[in-house]
Design a protein around this ligand. Structure first.
Ligand code: PMP
Length: 283
């Protein structure tokens, strides 16, 4: 039996139900997180749960569980489903009430759903690198919130998939922001450059971990917006995210990045990131 959680209760997936007037279903009115599981253990779990609380606060939603409670519920689910390598997904919506743009009364509890899924590490893509396209960033101005509203992201990712590419690199005019489902960094003359954490990007937990590693290892980095010109003349480009880890991008809109192979700075970061996974979750 595959177990899921609905409103704090562990259930068989086949009997789990959410109301048709759930605000997540009708408005995308909610927030979510995805946490990586290696060896049955959550990687950077606390950081993800803290971001979940922050996202909820930003949309004026109060979560009915503390991060400690959430952590133990996720551990229970991972162990019930005997998950080794994969992800745990969780989302909170503003609850169920008759459809109305105005928030429901304060006694309407958020709906909480969580499930696990097996997801292998994308070792082959990480080894060879992946292709990308460019796409205009048409999303709203609060991309720092991990909201269920992902239409802008979906349209860009679909365009990438139809072009046989892994990611769409988004830009607002001349400024590169992030990817449709990951953060984007470039490397120029040994320096990593990635958009600053503001309202135009999701401040990825992987991005933050990579920058922490850079600080510890004395690898130079700059958190600032970079342009499409800087992207096209970069020595290396990589994407980072919970499921994709540190992913080399070797082509942008049909044009090779550098010599078209994953570069040494990205390779080094991949190794350091793997060491961090092993430090937290064992090997
Ligand atoms: N930006 C977007 C738009 C994302 O959807 C994601 C998550 N996959 C990221 C960045 C990376 O965030 P994280 O490292 O926390 O997974």
């Amino acid at each position: 039996m595959e177990c899921v959680i609905v409103d704090g209760e562990v259930l068989d997936r086949t009997v789990a139900k959410v109301d048709i007037e759930d605000r997540g279903y009708q408005f995308g009115d909610g927030v979510y997180e995805v946490i990586r599981i290696y060896n049955g253990k959550m990687f950077t779990g606390k950081e993800h749960l803290n971001r979940l609380v922050e996202s909820a606060e930003k949309i004026r939603m109060k979560l009915p569980f503390s991060t400690e409670e959430l952590e133990s519920k996720m551990e229970e689910l991972i162990s019930k489903n005997e998950l080794d390598t994969g992800i745990v997904y969780m989302q909170f919506t503003r609850g169920t009430s008759p459809r109305n743009h105005v928030f429901p009364a304060s006694d309407v509890a958020p709906t909480f759903v969580a499930y696990t899924r097996k997801v292998a590490r994308p070792v082959e893509s990480m080894e060879k690198g992946v292709r990308s396209i460019l796409d205009e960033d048409i999303r709203w101005l609060r991309c720092d919130i991990k909201s269920l509203n992902l239409l802008g992201n979906l349209l860009s990712k679909q365009k990438a998939a139809e072009a046989g590419c892994f990611e769409a690199i988004l830009h607002r005019g001349e400024t590169v922001t992030e990817g449709s489902h990951s953060n984007i960094s470039i490397v120029k003359d040994g320096v990593i450059i990635t958009h600053q954490a503001d309202n135009f990007i999701l401040n990825g937990i992987t991005r933050q971990k990579v920058l922490e590693i850079c600080s510890n290892e004395n690898i130079a980095f700059e958190e600032r917006a970079f342009t499409l010109d800087e992207l096209s003349s970069a020595d290396e480009v990589f994407s980072s995210g919970t499921t994709v880890e540190v992913m080399p991008i070797v082509e942008v809109d049909g044009k090779p990045v550098g010599n078209g192979e994953p570069g040494p700075v990205t390779r080094n970061l991949q190794n350091l990131f793997k060491a961090e996974i092993e430090r937290q979750c064992g090997n």
